[in-house]
Design a protein around this ligand. Structure first.
Ligand SMILES: Cc1cc2nc3c(=O)[nH]c(=O)nc-3n(C[C@H](O)[C@H](O)[C@H](O)COP(=O)(O)O)c2cc1C
Length: 205
C-alpha cells in the first residue's frame, strides 16, 4: 500500500482508461466515504455525488462532455455536485457539535443564525458549494489511487446539458466530474510543476 507521499506522487490525470475494466459499487462507495472526510465550512458538507456507471448513461454523459472518450472508457464517472442549500442542514450540524462538546447548548441558536445569515448571500452559497466539493474531489482522487484506480478531474462538459440529462435538482450545481477506472499508462511522466519559490510568499507580497 502506498503512503501519502507516494499517492500524491503517483496520481496523474489519466489519459486513457481500459474500456474493459469495471469497478464495484463497494469500491466506489468506499472512495466516496473517504471523500466525505474532507473538511467543509461549518461542517456543512456541500458535496453530493452523482455516480454514472451504466454504459448507456455514460454515453449520455460523454455527449454532454463534448464527446471526451475518457467518459465512455472510464469504469465510472462521478459528477461532484455542490449543494447551494447546505445551510439548511445547520441545525443537524449544530446538534452534533453540541452533543460532542464542541458547542455549548446556549450558543447553538447563535451558530444556526450565523450560518443562515452568511448563506443568505447567493455568491457565498455558490463559492462554498464549489470550495467544499473541490476538497472532497481531491480526497476522492487520492482514495481512488490508493485502491489502484486512476482518475481524471474534468470540467470539460456542458453543465446545463448534464443537469437536464440527469434530472439534477436546481439547488445542486455540477462542480466537476471525476472519471475513474484502470489507467492504461500509469507511468506517464509528471507534468511541469512550478517551483515552491515561484508560488509562495511569506507574510505578504
Ligand atoms: C478543475 C479541473 C478540470 C479539468 N478538466 C479536464 C477535462 O475536461 N479533460 C481532461 O482531459 N482533463 C481535465 N483536467 C485535468 C488537467 O488537465 C490535469 O489535472 C493537469 O494537466 C495536470 O496533470 P496531472 O493531474 O496529471 O498532474 C482537469 C483538471 C482540473 C483540476
Amino acid at each position: 500500500m502506498m503512503n501519502f507521499q507516494q499517492l500524491l506522487q503517483a496520481r496523474r490525470s489519466v489519459n486513457q482508461f481500459d474500456s474493459n475494466a469495471t469497478i464495484s459499487r463497494d469500491d466506489l462507495e468506499s472512495m466516496i466515504e473517504s471523500a466525505t472526510l474532507a473538511p467543509s465550512s461549518y461542517n456543512l458538507q456541500h458535496w453530493r455525488f452523482l455516480v454514472v456507471d451504466d454504459k448507456e448513461q455514460k454515453l449520455k454523459l460523454k455527449k454532454a462532455a463534448y464527446h471526451q472518450q475518457k467518459v465512455e472508457d472510464a469504469s465510472a464517472a462521478i459528477v461532484i455536485l455542490g449543494n447551494l442549500q447546505a445551510h439548511k442542514d445547520a441545525e443537524r450540524i449544530a446538534d452534533d457539535l453540541t452533543e460532542k462538546g464542541y458547542l455549548p447548548a446556549q450558543y447553538k441558536e447563535n451558530v444556526i443564525n450565523q450560518i443562515e445569515g452568511l448563506y443568505s448571500n447567493e455568491s457565498m452559497q455558490r463559492d462554498e458549494a464549489i470550495r467544499g466539493s473541490s476538497l472532497a474531489a481531491m480526497a476522492l482522487m487520492l482514495a481512488a489511487k490508493e485502491k489502484g484506480y486512476g482518475s481524471c478531474p474534468m470540467i470539460g462538459f456542458d453543465p446545463q446539458l448534464v443537469r437536464q440529462e440527469f434530472n439534477i435538482p436546481e439547488h445542486l450545481i455540477p462542480v466537476m466530474m471525476i472519471t475513474i477506472g484502470t489507467d492504461l499508462d500509469p507511468e506517464m511522466p509528471r507534468k511541469i510543476r512550478f517551483a515552491v519559490e515561484e508560488v509562495t510568499t511569506y507574510n505578504g507580497f
